[in-house]
Design a protein around this ligand. Structure first.
Ligand code: SF4
Length: 373
């Protein structure tokens, strides 16, 4: 028999998103948690997403590999199709568009006109600026001209991926095309950046949901990255952190330490100087360990300008701080060599305290050298 006891919101959600209400609410709770919102905020997120208004989005591609879009296509809660059709109105996207040529450009221009001041501009890829930007052209316009035109009337501009954020891979020396990020190319300081190669799709989804729920972009750090995603170092939440604290390091790929899942610091892991939530949010919805360090590869620092694609993989990371992890490991877990976490924690506390004191001392010495203290 047909169950008509559901509320209009529940029915609407099931019809629009094509997922059971329970799954929808789980997604809202996960996004609220990703955003660091207080308990109960998932109801506000659900109410905002269930609204019929969908913000128009114009998505431009420049010098890139389309990995950012590919990464988004791997998001499952909801799938990209749901996101496109039900959460935002994707007006223009060169990879996913059925239209081509003049037809596609006509649709973009019409959307810019109709949604003046209301649409979100998402940029994927670096922008070449050398020789008047002739090294990347779309529909007869250079990337620079096109981005300037579309950004002029956008409600907000989002740079997705490291290339769009600061230049990423295309801007590595000798940078023959003068590639740079959107903010620098446009001379604007208000471009929100979601760096990563690829960026985590949930960080983009959560940013869009924040925009929908609160009508504004989330709080940002000094590089315009959302604090909810880039506020902590990879090292702080890494599942191998206990091994770092206990001094257990893989020294070669395939050695005993590497096979045991020990810390990858001495293989060049840049987690200690890279801000990102990769170890917490993970990738691809395939469960635990679906991130580089989880699969045995050192973090390359792709979310950090000056480290990702700039610092050689063999170079050791600078140890930025010695704060203890907030998520890993669980107290009492066996760390694979017979030592319990309790024992490791005791050693770590001593090591951490000494390292912390050393870090403070180094900072104080530096400040006194600079004449500030
Ligand atoms: Fe994890 Fe790398 Fe830090 Fe080791 S150095 S704990 S592998 S982030």
């Amino acid at each position: 028999m047909y169950d008509d006891s559901r509320t209009p919101l529940e029915t609407d959600v099931e019809m629009r998103f094509g997922v059971p209400r329970r799954d929808f609410l789980k997604f809202c709770a996960a996004i609220a948690a990703t955003l660091g919102l207080p308990k109960g905020a998932e109801a506000e997120v659900a109410a905002a997403l269930a609204k019929k208004e969908r913000p128009p989005v114009i998505w431009l591609h420049h010098q890139e590999c389309t990995g950012c879009t590919e990464s988004l296509l791997r998001a499952e809660h909801p799938t990209l199709e749901n996101l496109i059709l039900d959460i935002v109105s994707l007006e223009y996207h060169e990879t996913l568009f059925a239209a081509a040529g003049h037809q596609a450009e006509t649709v973009r221009k019409a959307s810019q006109e109709k949604n003046k001041g209301k649409y979100l501009l998402v940029v994927e890829g670096a922008i070449p600026t050398k020789d008047d930007g002739i090294y990347c052209k779309i529909g007869g316009q250079t990337s620079l001209e096109l981005t300037r035109e579309v950004a002029a009337n956008a409600a907000a501009v989002v740079a997705i991926g490291s290339c769009a954020s600061w230049g990423g891979m295309p801007s590595t020396p000798p940078n023959p095309t003068g590639s740079t990020g959107v903010g620098e190319a446009l001379g604007r300081k208000d471009v929100l950046t979601i760096p990563g190669c690829p960026p985590n799709p949930y960080n983009f989804l959560a940013t869009v949901v924040h925009f929908l729920t609160f009508g504004k972009l989330p709080a940002l750090d000094d590089k315009n990255r959302p604090l909810f995603a880039y506020g902590r170092l990879v090292h702080e939440n890494c599942e191998r952190r206990a091994h770092f604290d206990a001094g257990r390091f893989a020294l070669e790929f395939g050695d005993e330490g590497h096979r045991q899942g020990w810390c990858l610091y001495k293989l060049g892991c840049k987690g200690p100087e890279t801000h990102a939530n990769c170890p917490v949010v993970l990738f691809g919805d395939v469960g635990m360990q679906s991130w580089p360090v989880g699969t045995g590869h050192p973090c390359i620092g792709c979310t950090e300008q000056g480290i990702g694609f700039a610092k050689p993989i063999h170079a050791l990371a600078d140890l930025k701080n010695q704060r203890p992890p907030v998520g890993y490991p669980k107290v009492g877990d066996d760390q694979g060599n017979g030592a319990t976490l309790g024992a490791v924690a005791a050693v770590s506390a001593v090591v951490g305290a000494a390292a912390g004191a050393a870090a403070v001392l180094t900072k104080n010495i530096k400040q006194s050298e600079d004449g500030k203290e």
